[in-house]
Design a protein around this ligand. Structure first.
Ligand code: CP
Length: 308
């Protein structure tokens, strides 16, 4: 396979977070993802992962991440297996570590894991010989979402240096926000979080992160806006009249810089954090975020498996 990527700066067996990845490592992933579009389009047939068996172990619901990891692994020639948590022996009380060791003994080489417990992928990396990719753990991290968001924004702006990206809504319960803060800052962007005070208070202590507790202050001079879902499954309680005070629509987007795009990691609750018109309108990069999920996950799988 020929790639546009220069000398590799990658030596990691796992992808547990974007925290700690250097800018060079982030650039390597983004550049390889662009190359991977050619593979997916059938212009190259590298079968880079034909020796690999990739397990999808999703202990929480997922559409985008689960499907795109499966398609990414298959596009690179890997064998895939879905643990199917609900019909696995987890339902009989088998522990996470025993479950993963069982997968390893059956020949699985790499596990893509989503779990409600922050740190579950780190436990998997520590206690098994599997390569581990974090597909979202509790409120902690969602590294491949942050990577596909970075790719989407880079396609739109060219460079993120100096751009102001504003993350709006239930930031407190969002692993997507935490990972995006790390990757966007590493790629040169400025980050502001905006939401009801209890949902942004923790971020007053994050280096370089601006905090706003009104939508007017939040959207001022924004180059791009990322809306977040209210994470009811993680104990989020709405504060005041969230829809009246915080729902994004075309009129409110006028507070941002002209032409500022809207992003959302999905799933969206249209009518709550943003209107259907905004989500499906000309500013929206939400569909492009989903499209970028497969090439980003192809790149991550190829790097973690040492195949490029
Ligand atoms: N953004 C995201 O993680 O979506 P899914 O829960 O559908 O995977």
């Amino acid at each position: 396979m020929t790639t546009a990527v220069g000398p590799r700066t990658w030596s990691r067996r796992h992808l547990l977070d974007v925290d700690g990845l250097s800018r060079d490592e982030l650039e390597t992933i983004l550049a390889l993802a662009v190359d991977m579009r050619n593979v997916r389009a059938g212009r190259e047939h590298p079968s880079l992962l034909e020796a690999e068996t990739v397990a999808l172990a999703f202990f929480e619901a997922s559409t985008r991440t689960r499907i795109s990891f499966e398609l990414a692994a298959k596009a690179l020639g890997a064998t895939t297996v879905d643990l199917g948590v609900d019909r696995s022996s987890v339902s009989k009380g088998e522990s996470l570590v025993d479950t993963l060791r069982t997968l390893e003994r059956t020949g699985v080489t790499t596990v893509v894991i989503r779990h409600s417990d922050s740190g579950a992928p780190h436990l998997a990396a520590r206690e098994t010989g599997l390569r581990v990719i974090n597909a979202g753990d509790g409120v902690h991290a969602h590294p491949t979402q942050a990577l596909l968001d970075a790719l989407t924004l880079r396609e739109f702006f060219g460079s993120l240096d100096g751009r102001m990206v504003v993350i709006v809504g239930d930031v407190a319960h969002s692993r997507v926000a935490r990972s995006n803060i790390h990757s966007l800052q590493s790629l040169g962007a400025r980050v502001r979080v905006a939401g009801p005070a209890p949902w942004v208070a923790d971020f007053n202590h994050w280096p370089g992160v601006e905090v706003a507790t009104s939508l007017d202050d939040g959207l001022r001079d924004a180059d791009a806006v990322m809306a977040l879902r209210v994470q009811l499954e993680r104990g989020a309680e709405s504060f005041g009249d969230f829809v009246a005070d915080w729902r994004l629509d075309e009129d409110r987007m006028a507070l941002a810089l002209p032409g500022a795009p809207i992003l959302h990691p999905g799933p969206t609750n249209e009518g709550v954090e943003l209107t259907a018109e905004l989500a499906n309108g000309p500013r929206s990069l939400i569909g492009r975020q989903v499209e970028n999920g497969v090439p980003i996950r192809m790149a991550v799988l190829a790097l973690v498996c040492g195949a490029v």
